[in-house]
Design a protein around this ligand. Sequence first.
Ligand code: DLL
Length: 434
Amino acid sequence: MFFQKDVETMKRKDIEALQLEKLRHMVDYCYRNVPFYTKKLDEAHVTADKIKSLSDIKYIPPTTKADLRDNYPFGMFAVPMSDIVRIHASSGTTGKPTVVGYTKNDLDMWSDCVARLAVAAGATKEDIVQISFGYGMFTGALGLHCGLEKIGCAVVPNSSGNTEKALMFMRDFKTTALVATPSYALYMAETAKKLEYPMSDYHLRLGLFGSEGCTPEMRTQIEKGWGLFATDNYGMSELIGPGVSGECTERCGLHINEDHFLVEVVDPETLEPVDEGEDGELIVTPLSKEAFPLLRYRTRDISNVIYEPCKCGRTFARMEKIKGRSDDMLKIRGVNVFPSQIESVLVGMKNVSPHYQLIVRREGFADTLEVQVELSDNSLLESFGMIQDLQNSIKHNLHTVLGIQCKVSIVEPMTIERFVGKAKRVIDLRHEKD
Ligand code: DLL
């Protein structure tokens, strides 16, 4: 099944010709409408005319998350606010989030992208789909919501949290498809078991999961727990949100919506392209966005891309599941967390030293984050009340910046390991075998 078969089965040479035409347009569009790009392209002596083939994209300097931070909140928008119809945000590397905007056409293109991938995964207009991503500034929930409505699914905007109520709707509505992070889907299955309704009261047949990685073992557990077929979906707020790529029913890679996204795979150190099929960092150029265009965005996500057509009939290139990051970003309960965000909270506080450690664990099916913070001075150890107050205010400030609750442990001065070279701030215990 296809949502837009003519596009999804284009010949490779036609895809490439379309990408080249759109890339040239984008370079010109960015140059004319975003002062940041006017300057950047002038400095690099790049105009649309210099882009004669897709490989000439190498002349365009990449854009990074730091560029977005420097232009917070709307400095990279290419249209006046009167043309913006939606604003979302995702984690920045410091206290300020990364802000993204959409025009009406952008929303339309976004929902087409999501609809294509959902249909490729097996969704139909007969499906009742429960969305268990958190609604709000996160692109996941509304992105899937609009795409699934476009197919004609009955969308249940249940959001995340209050799992028992979500399960009640699932039973009573005979929900057939679930949208969630894989870890939440697993947690929901576990909670469903505890509630002691027979699993035959649930009718899930399809899971559209994403926003975080999922091991094959975890996928099998989710599929067995629910008796559904699960697909992986990839995207990123800066690029659009969900809808960049996703698995079809063949599940042999995630089809990239190549008419709207041009993907390069490069060595993260040299930024030189790697050989076809080899792992590298994905650099993505959205080809159709109006409100918030980007040229060569460094995603920091590691994967590889293959171009052979898929058994499903789609010709769009496929990327493998995300294998890691070329920076230190963590995904915790579906939320992006940068150690630098935590640092930005701690440096602003009295009585704590600049040494800290982050410990990520998987407890049951949920990820937890413990932030160990070192007191700056031994004399502070004598005041229990002060330590408690400090702990509470760190917790509060971290929640404000990160958007998730974390455990804060105050430790004695000089107990956190010191490093001669690059500090190893994160201890990720999630994939340790018990
Ligand atoms: O997570 C968009 C999304 C929502 C995708 C719902 C799929 C489903 P951000 O919050 O900006 O956007 O986080 C983007 O999450 O750079 C990856 O590191 C990671 N990520 C997203 N999807 C996957 C996935 C959304 N399927 C960042 N597997 C990206 C592994 C993923 N990591």
